[in-house]
Each structure stands twice: as C-alpha cells, then as structure tokens.
Design a protein around this ligand. Structure first.
Ligand SMILES: Cc1cc2nc3c(=O)[nH]c(=O)nc-3n(C[C@H](O)[C@H](O)[C@H](O)COP(=O)(O)OP(=O)(O)OC[C@H]3O[C@@H](n4cnc5c(N)ncnc54)[C@H](O)[C@@H]3O)c2cc1C
Length: 465
C-alpha cells in the first residue's frame, strides 16, 4: 500500500497554540492528531472560565480563517483602558488618565481588541479544527484533525516521533509539536536536552488571582454597575499599586466582569485548573473601594504565580522532528495582552510554511525556519510584557512618582496616558505597527520565497502531491 502523502503531525495540548496549529496544518493539507490531558476543552467545569484579551494581530488571523462572526458574537470590543491608583484616595478612586486605541492603527492592523472568555475562544478554535468541508453526501476524504481528551502524554521518543499516554496507548507520526504550555511535558524534555532542570524558572514574587463577577450580580451593585456605563463599558479598568495591581473588564457574550488582581502574596504555586487557597479579599492590601467590592462579590478564583522562565536555547529537538510552540516555547508573564495572539500566530506560521511540503525529510529544516523567524518577535514582545508588569507594579518611590506625573501630564494635555512624548512618538508608533500590524502569513511567505523554495530538495519535487 502506498504511503498517505500527507504528513502526520501529533500535537500535544489542545489550547490556543495547539488548536490554532491544528487548523493551520489541516488547511495546509496534513493530518493532525491532538492529544489533550484534560478530560474536556479548556479545563474542568468546576474551575472558573476566565477572561482573555485578544489584540488585533491575533484576531486578524482568526478573521482570515472565517471566524469573525463567531468571535464577535462572543466578545466585547475593547476601546482602550482607564488608569487608576490601586490604593485610591480618601474620596474613593484616584483616576490618572485614559488610553484609547487609535482607530487608524486598528484599521491598518485589520483587527480589534476582543475581550472574551477562555473557553469560548477555545471552543471556536476546536470547532473550526474539526469542521469538515461539505462533501456532497460522500465521506470527506481531505486532511483530518482528530482531538483526544483525557490523553496525557507521559513519554516520548524524539527520534521515532512517538508518544505514550498515561493509559499506555502509543502513537507515532512524522512530526511532533509540543503545545503543552509552560509546564508541559515536551517543554520539560527540551529543557532536559539542554541540560537544564525541567522546573527552571524564578518566581517573580507576584501572583495573579483571576475571578469572574456575573453580570446579574455586577449590575445590582452601585459601584460595580458603573463598569457598564459607556465609555467605561468598553475600557479595561487598570489599577497600579506598589508591587500590586488589578484589572477589571467586561468579556464574552454575557458581559460578565473579568477581575484580575496582582499580589505579592504568592505563596501558592497554583495552576489554571485548581482553585486558589485564599480568597481574593485576603490578599488585596490597601486598595480602592471598587477593588474591595469586586473581591467581595467575585466567584471562586484561581491563583497563578508570575515566573521568569528559562529561555529555551532551541525550540527544536536534537532529532529535528519535535518543536515547541506557544507557551511551551516562550512562556509569557500570565494574563499578558499577547499570550493568546502569539500562540495563534505560531500556529498560523507553522501551517503556512508546511503548505509547501509533504516531504518528511524537510521537517527539521521547516521547524528550524519556524524558530528562526518567530523567535525574535516572541522574545521582543515577551520583554515588553515583562516591562509592563514591572511598570504597573513599581514600588512607592521616585520612579513611581515620575511614572504617575508623566501619565497625569498626558491626561491634562488631552493625550493618551501611555504617550511617550514628542521625541519618542515615532518609535512608539513604529513599535505598535510592528506588534499589532504583523501578519504571520506574510512572514511565512517571505521565508518561503527567500529561502524555503530555493532549498527545495530534488527528491521533494518527485513526491506525488
Ligand atoms: C485550563 C486553562 C485555563 C486558562 N485560563 C486562562 C484565562 O482565563 N485567562 C488567561 O489569560 N489565560 C488562561 N490560560 C493560559 C492561556 O491559555 C495561555 O497563556 C495562552 O493562551 C497560550 O496557550 P498555549 O496553548 O501555548 O498553552 P496553554 O494554554 O498552557 O495550554 C497547554 C495545553 O496542554 C495541555 N497539556 C499539558 N501537558 C500535557 C500532556 N503531558 N499531555 C497532553 N496535554 C497536555 C494542557 O492541559 C493545556 O490544555 C489558561 C490555561 C489553561 C491550561
């Protein structure tokens, strides 16, 4: 029997990175098996379904995949953020200023800032990965995605490209993708290949508590209901404290309030799939009345530490047949603006380059091209995200006072609070265009035209497509 000319990818992890990769690789004509440890999409039902912000560079990709209507039906469109001092003042909240996303920038970037629920975005990706094109009553014969839940990978052979599940079941493919997150099995194995401890990270000394306040409760509260008044309705409320912080915004089709608190009380090394040991009210410190009230009425929270992770020297295994992407390759500080968008970009890029080959011999070259092209952008954005946390949580002192004075001066002059001043305005615009305007499909095409097609192995051309 002749070999199926499609490549078979095994993806570990059915979250943003894994599902986006599955969609893109199927579109490129390959078969994909996704193995997910959890028994259901997005984690257990007993754990709150948290909130997500998807910036234009992420939603543009999903719009291009035909998912715009579904995304918009499950999102609140963000228009910017309002900044407050976390500690408040005697009369209540201490307002610093507002930052509105520039409509010109959004139109150029072909996207929006969508505020969604974690499980909604995964459901949209999951359904898109499994959707079959119409086969006019016949069995579809195109490339397939299969997703298995309750399928925890506990062993892998990076040379044979095979994995073993906790159940003992084994699978093999042409290529293996680790989309299993910052503490995932594939990432730990890649760290071990580099001689690093599999748990090599340094806690940042901050944890993020994440909780939801259902709209039915929020609108009945005199303080919280103000979040539903325009323009605040489409703004993230951002509070900056001394080694603390908070964010509140409306998300999803039900417009529930997503509430995040940054606290130095980070003794629990928690995950997204377990409840916080402490209540948010007990880790707040001195804060304004709205934050206090949100904490009082919030549903049970999760608590995840912010960690500075070891940077993998190579995202590709020594065998060349295994690659990490998403959080498994480049873990961001949790709840960063870009965690989902960059994971989706990774998936889109890998799918696009693999649309050019069905030759298993080229997998190492393509995986290395993925790393070479994606790494500088991921590291740059990761660095800025880390700096945002540092700036937001600056301790009391001259630097914090300087930050607040600059922001208040911008507000008084009618400018956006994050404006960098005339001298740096152009740099800031260039950076924003680079971050939000980026399209991984263009980047992947550039690589193919400049490098990939020139190195086309003669035997690759002989294969039946
Ligand atoms: C259950 C859950 C809920 C989350 N909720 C939020 C939220 O509300 N807000 C937010 O900002 N971020 C949330 N995150 C984080 C967010 O998903 C990521 O920061 C980001 O989207 C990048 O995703 P990723 O796909 O690279 O990795 P992750 O989202 O971390 O996904 C990794 C996936 O791999 C699976 N996995 C890990 N090990 C194995 C294994 N050995 N075998 C098989 N599968 C494995 C995990 O179960 C998970 O589904 C959540 C993550 C998880 C896992």
């Amino acid at each position: 029997m002749s070999r199926d000319p499609r490549l078979k990818f095994i993806i570990v992890g059915a979250s943003a990175a894994g599902l986006a990769s599955a969609i893109a690789l199927k579109a490129a004509g390959h078969n994909v098996l996704v193995l997910e440890r959890e028994s259901q999409l997005g984690g257990p039902d007993s754990i709150p379904n948290g909130g997500v912000r998807l910036p234009p560079n992420g939603c543009k990709i999903l719009f291009d995949w035909g998912l715009e209507a579904e995304l918009r039906a499950n999102a609140v469109v963000g228009e910017g953020f309002t900044v407050y001092k976390y500690e408040g003042q005697a009369e209540g909240r201490d307002y610093i200023g507002t930052h509105r996303w520039d409509p010109e920038l959004l139109s150029e970037a072909r996207g929006d800032f969508l505020q969604m629920r974690h499980k909604d975005i995964l459901r949209i990706l999951h359904d898109a990965a499994l959707r079959e094109p119409s086969a006019n009553g016949r069995m579809p014969t195109g490339p397939r995605v299969t997703i298995r839940f309750g399928a925890e990978v506990v062993d892998a052979d990076f040379d044979a490209c095979s994995v073993t599940l906790r159940s003992g079941e084994a699978f093999s493919g042409d290529a293996l993708i680790g989309a299993d997150g910052a503490a995932g099995f594939i990432r730990r194995r890649l760290l071990a290949e580099e001689g690093q401890s599999p748990t090599d990270h340094v806690p940042r000394g901050l944890a993020v508590y994440s909780a939801i306040i259902p709209k039915s409760i929020a609108v009945r509260d005199r303080g919280i209901s103000k979040l539903y008044e325009y323009p605040q309705k489409n703004m993230v409320s951002f509070s900056m404290g001394s080694n603390r912080g908070a964010q509140a915004f409306l998300a999803g089709k039900d417009e529930d309030v997503v509430f995040w608190v940054y606290t130095p009380d980070s003794s629990q090394d928690g995950t997204w799939t377990e409840l916080a040991e402490k209540q948010i009210s007990n880790v707040l410190g001195l804060c304004d009345p709205l934050i206090k009230r949100l904490a009082e009425v919030a549903e049970p929270a999760t608590c995840v530490q912010i960690k500075n992770h070891y940077e993998l020297e190579s995202w590709v295994s020594e065998s060349g047949k295994v690659v990490a992407l998403g959080e498994a390759a480049h873990p961001f500080p949790i709840i960063s603006l870009h965690t989902y968008s960059i994971a989706i970009e990774d998936g889109a890029f890998i799918g696009k380059i693999f649309s050019h080959t069905r030759d298993p011999a080229r997998i190492p070259e393509f995986f290395n091209a993925f790393e070479e092209n994606r790494k500088p952008r991921c590291l740059h954005i990761n660095k800025s995200e880390t700096q945002y946390v540092d700036i937001m949580a600056l301790p009391f002192g001259p630097m914090q006072a300087g930050r607040d004075a600059a922001m208040r001066a911008n507000e008084a002059a009618g400018r956006n609070v994050m404006d960098a001043g005339e001298a740096h305005l152009q740099d800031m615009w260039d950076d924003m265009r680079m971050v939000f305007g980026y399209d991984p499909a263009d980047d992947a095409d550039d690589w193919w035209m400049s490098w990939g097609r020139l190195r086309d192995a003669p035997n690759a051309q002989k294969r039946a497509y």
